[in-house]
Ligand binder design. Structure first.
Ligand code: SAH
Length: 409
């Protein structure tokens, strides 16, 4: 069911209660300093005064009434304000349209060799609380803010004008929605979106499960890394893709290597990887369901050798508190992978935890290499795909790290 005030046909008049300058918010000195430093989030504790309700757009000032910006407001959320506009202008339907057009123009400038990519990346595209992923003719949205949810009709209209999708799906299972007090679930908000959409990523085709797959269907943020890793694997005899999900790395690798094995703990992920290998006519991919920690230990102990190991674990550190545990887990898997690399072998190792910083990742890899007795040459340090841009002053927009290392000793 659609939320109250949402017009599913997109072009219709907005029927919600708040479409413009209604509320206001005054920030503490610390809150104002944070905004001036370029960060768009204001925590509840940095709000001196606020007028308005969940989903309102409020005018934000400091205590001296100096204008700071327009923000999406939700008193229920720990992040009570998300600055959307730093100029003193109304956030209306044309505002959303312009944001969408700019996001699309940026993607067009990237000349993405794929038909599945992120069209709009929330704060990094100036639209907090909204993610739009494109899967061919379909779009999948993640809405993590009450203000965006209330203006969904404007967003659908803007999408219609910019990419005219055949269908739009709203994936609403996220923790962010729960925090914002929004209803959770998956629903079609425009047209019909099939359960499976076949998309292309460079030379590889794969099935994205838009309704049920991880994230909005797959890991679009690894798109460029899939291809980059494969560039090192020409003629590799054995490639091990651990934490494979639908086989993103293995499919690209299996085109140039002799054999690739995918490993994941999820049966549904392996089923998807199997279908994708078939879809690409790759009989040299094998599938193993296992706990990666156990499998890496067993194989390392058995003295197995690989020309390449890929490690792309889920976020071990979801919060700052998890960092020590995550560091140990991260070291463990990398140590074992390094041990199994044949001379000249390649380790592609990723972390998608924002809290596990690039510096900490480097330190952990260094310590794994020392304990494994391996000399690892750094071939590349990479990040998330360029359609998931980072904003320099918003460190949270930088999360994915991908190191490509070569065993040289
Ligand atoms: N490499 C993939 C994305 C991986 S996401 C890509 O490029 O598209 C992380 C995957 O790790 C998920 O599919 C999840 O099922 C799997 N996973 C999580 N914990 C695991 C474990 N302990 N052992 C094996 N797989 C695990």
């Amino acid at each position: 069911m659609l939320a109250a005030g949402v017009c599913p046909s997109g072009k219709g008049a907005y029927t919600g209660t708040t479409a413009g300058k209604t509320g206001k918010a005054v920030l503490t000195r610390r809150g104002a300093a944070r905004l001036r430093a370029g960060h768009p989030w204001i925590f509840r504790s940095d709000l001196a005064e606020a007028e308005g309700g969940a989903g309102d757009i409020v005018r934000v000032t400091d205590r001296a009434s100096r204008f700071l910006g327009w923000a999406f407001y939700n008193p229920k959320s720990e992040i009570s304000l998300r600055i959307a506009e730093r100029e003193d202008r109304e956030i209306d339907e044309p505002w959303f349209r312009t944001r969408m057009e700019k996001a699309l123009a940026y993607r067009e400038s990237l000349q993405i060799d794929a038909d599945a990519y992120r069209l709009l990346h929330a704060e990094a595209d100036g639209l907090p609380g909204l993610v739009v992923d494109r899967y061919g003719n379909y779009c999948v949205l993640q809405v993590g803010s009450a203000a965006v949810e209330r203006r969904l009709d404007w967003i659908l209209a803007a999408l219609e004008d910019s990419v005219a999708p055949a269908g739009v799906l709203l994936r609403g299972e996220s923790a962010a929605r729960k925090r914002e007090g929004l209803e959770t679930g998956v629903r079609s908000v425009r047209g019909e979106v099939p359960a499976t959409v076949v998309v292309r990523e460079g030379p590889v085709r794969y099935e994205a499960r838009t309704w049920t797959g991880q994230k909005t269907g797959c890991f679009l943020d690894q798109r460029e890394n899939h291809g980059a890793a494969a560039r090192y694997l020409n003629g590799a005899a054995r490639v091990l893709d651990v934490f494979s999900y639908a086989g993103g790395f293995a499919l690209h690798s299996a085109r140039v290597a002799e054999k690739a094995e995918v490993v994941d703990a999820s049966g549904a992920a392996l089923e998807l990887a199997r279908r994708n290998a078939e879809l690409n006519g790759l009989p040299n991919v094998s599938f193993t369901r296992a706990n990666a920690f156990d499998l890496l230990r067993e194989r390392a102990d058995a003295g197995e050798r690989y020309d390449a190991v890929i490690l792309d674990p889920p976020a071990f550190a979801k919060t700052r508190r998890d960092v020590p545990h995550a560091t140990r887990a991260y070291k463990k898997i990398n140590l074992r992978a390094m041990k199994m690399l044949a001379p000249g072998g390649i380790l592609v190792t990723c972390s998608c935890s924002h809290h596990f910083s690039r510096e900490l990742m480097e330190e952990t890899l260094r310590s794994a290499a020392a304990d494994a007795g391996r000399t690892m040459r750094v071939r590349e340090w990479r990040g998330q795909a360029t359609d998931h841009p980072e904003i320099l002053t918003v460190p949270e927009t930088r999360y994915l790290k991908c190191a490509i290392l070569e065993r040289v000793g």
